[in-house]
Ligand binder design. Structure first.
Ligand SMILES: Cc1cc2nc3c(=O)[nH]c(=O)nc-3n(C[C@H](O)[C@H](O)[C@H](O)COP(=O)(O)OP(=O)(O)OC[C@H]3O[C@@H](n4cnc5c(N)ncnc54)[C@H](O)[C@@H]3O)c2cc1C
Length: 516
């Protein structure tokens, strides 16, 4: 057993920012971070566009950023949260810079601000087109300098420890006491006991076959919190990124950032017709939901597998400076952006919903906090404004830190039982996991995609039940392994997305059901 003051699950921008703040302020407290892959593997690492922050006092204002966020959220944002996050942004960005993150500046030394879909002004602070990589690098470096942080990579959090794991259960008031964690290198399951636990476990992209997210994005934290009876909300609002590089075989797709459309690229069908002005007066710069739904309609009409992003009229030298990563990735796929159109398709990208938290990052389970993409703060409403997610993670990591700085946890830690795997054996049936993962992803793509219907959603519930039963049976008899736990978590996430979609009777933001 490991005892720690604070357990952080996840090493993306949310978890690392929180850990650094806590460790700097309280050198006597011990912070343990567990992360299931390599220490830098996260959605954060792949963020391209940047962080939306109001820094240009002449043309921009907090009010404009608030308004843009509210418009994207389509009436479902919590206005007080939007105001708090937007106004805190500049302070949180400064801290990142102090920790060593570099952002692009122009010849005068002012931030080179980008503009993305849904933003009325240039306000996206970025590091070339690899902003997330730079943020992750700087944070991991700072973590390595702090002796009171232990970062355990290849440690997979299986379940939160709550009253549900004790024999004499008082499940009326639920508290979190840490987590059971699988050490992937030894196969041992460790009990990590903590006064406070912070879920910073990221998104769910992999529930869908086509996604911009890396393979770690399996919704583990949300599924764990759901099983611990925390409140989960807004799961129907899955944001699809309109322009992921098309790959016939599916899997993780390289993202062609919104900023490329901000830079002047236009969308065409295979005959060359520029269709976006037909759907929205902002054309390619309409918000993501509108662009994704428009592409979905075009593809359903034509039966094609992808549409095209045309950059051939743009200044290629300037393109290379702004988007070196996109340029070289296209080149590696034999796409010359000077002469070829880039084939693109919408792919699951970001989850607006998640574990409900208050403004201090507290979930409905005592001593359990959440920040970053796994949380539901009220900032995004029905649709996230581009580049507001890194911002949200920074602000809520700070808010949890601030709360814990002022309020020490007084709950008495109970005697925690070790993980019980009596009666389980090593599974010889990996094919069951692979097969059911493919079934799940196909189900979510075909029945629970960008445009939904009540009929397809109800059918999806039935199909999901079959997958659920097969995997629960396996879970009860097999020794724990990461692939099995991830699949079990993704089944929970699919259930939440489908059931919360069926509860939604009005189309809003990123959610579109033809029967509403
Ligand atoms: C391609 C791409 C481009 C993007 N571009 C932008 C952008 O320009 N601007 C913007 O604001 N946002 C962008 N986003 C979204 C943004 O990157 C994410 O929302 C944000 O980084 C989430 O940070 P996080 O810390 O919450 O989660 P993540 O960065 O995903 O980190 C989650 C961590 O939790 C760990 N983890 C998960 N489950 C477990 C478990 N069971 N046990 C242990 N560890 C676990 C993971 O391994 C990982 O370390 C982009 C996302 C993608 C995929």
């Amino acid at each position: 057993m490991i005892a720690t003051n604070v357990l952080v699950i996840g090493s993306g921008v949310a978890g690392l920012t929180f850990a650094v703040k806590m460790a700097e302020r309280f050198p006597e407290r011990h912070i343990t971070i567990v992360t299931k892959g390599d220490e830098d593997e996260s959605n954060t690492k792949y963020a391209q566009g940047g962080v939306a922050v109001v820094l240009d006092a002449e043309d921009d204002s907090f009010q404009k950023h608030i308004q843009d966020t509210l418009v994207a959220g389509d009436g479902l944002c919590d206005e007080a949260v939007v105001e708090m996050v937007v106004t805190e942004g500049p302070k949180r960005l400064k801290e990142l810079i102090v920790w060593g993150a570099n952002f692009d500046v122009d010849a005068e030394g002012n931030f080179d601000l980008g503009k993305e879909g849904g933003h009325s002004e240039y306000r996206v602070v970025h590091h070339k087109d690899i902003t997330g990589f730079e943020v992750e690098r700087a944070l991991l470096h700072r973590v390595s300098e702090l002796a009171n942080i232990s970062l355990l990579s290849h440690h997979f959090a299986i379940d939160l420890i709550t009253e549900h794991h004790f024999e004499s259960t008082d499940t009326e008031s639920i508290s979190c006491y840490g987590a059971y964690v699988l050490d992937e290198s030894t196969g041992a399951i460790i009990t990590i006991q903590s006064e406070s636990t912070v879920l910073a476990s990221g998104g769910i992209g992999r529930v869908y076959g086509h996604t911009t997210n890396p393979i770690i994005a399996t919704g583990d934290g949300i599924a764990m919190a759901y099983r611990a009876k925390a409140r989960i909300k807004d799961m129907e609002f899955v944001q699809f990124h309109p322009t992921a590089l098309y790959k016939a075989e599916g899997g993780t797709s390289f993202l062609i950032s919104e900023a490329v459309r901000g830079f002047g690229a236009v969308l065409r069908d295979k005959k060359g017709y520029r269709f976006m002005p037909e759907y929205d007066q902002r054309a390619e710069l309409a918000s993501r939901d509108i662009v994704s739904q428009s592409i979905d309609r075009e593809l359903k009409k034509s039966g094609d597998s992808c549409v095209y992003l045309d950059c051939t009229h743009l200044d290629v030298e300037a393109f290379k400076i702004h988007f070196p990563n996109i340029y070289s990735n296209c080149k590696a796929q034999h796409i010359n952006i000077e002469t070829d159109w880039i084939p693109v398709v919408p792919a699951s990208h970001y989850l607006c919903g998640g574990i409900v938290v208050d403004s201090k990052g507290r979930t409905t389970v005592a001593n359990l906090y959440a920040c970053g993409e796994c949380s539901n703060t009220g900032l995004h409403g029905a649709n996230r404004l581009a580049s507001n997610s890194l911002l949200e993670a920074l602000v809520y990591a700070h808010n949890i830190f601030d709360f814990l700085s002022k309020n020490s946890t007084t709950t008495e830690l109970p005697n925690i039982p070790d993980w019980n795997d009596d009666g389980t054996g090593i599974t010889k049936e990996h094919i069951l996991i692979q097969h059911n993962l493919k079934r799940l992803q196909a189900l979510m793509r075909d029945y629970v995609g960008i445009v939904r219907s009540d009929d397809r959603l109800k059918k999806a519930i039935k199909h999901l039940d079959l997958i659920y039963n097969e995997i629960e049976e396996l879970y009860k008899t097999a020794k724990i392994n990461t692939a099995l736990c991830e699949l079990r978590n993704m089944i929970n996430i699919a259930h939440l997305i489908i059931s919360q979609s069926l509860n939604r009777t009005e189309n809003k933001g990123g959610y579109f059901n033809i029967d509403n």
